[in-house]
Write a protein that binds this ligand. Sequence first.
Ligand SMILES: [Zn+2]
Length: 98
Amino acid sequence: MPDEPQGATRPGRYQFTDEEIERFLAEKWMLEECEVCRQATVWGYFRPRPLLLITTSDGGNDTITGSLSFLRLSCNNCGNSKFFDAEVIKRWLDANPK
Ligand SMILES: [Zn+2]
């Protein structure tokens, strides 16, 4: 399956700028309060490397066979965390250029 054209503007596939992350969240983030602690909290992500690599396995044994990239946001009050698939963020940014 052919992939989309290689992005010319981004240094790495998932190297988003702060502005890009803020623009994505402004469009997608609709949670007004944390569902765990019920506080109208501030959801934050960590700089300078906000993406989290989650390792994956093919299920055959306990070896790591790959990894996926996620942007993690956490509730500043209780630590409840959300994971946004970096591929989805990238696709949205490519489809919605500034
Ligand atoms: Zn919370």
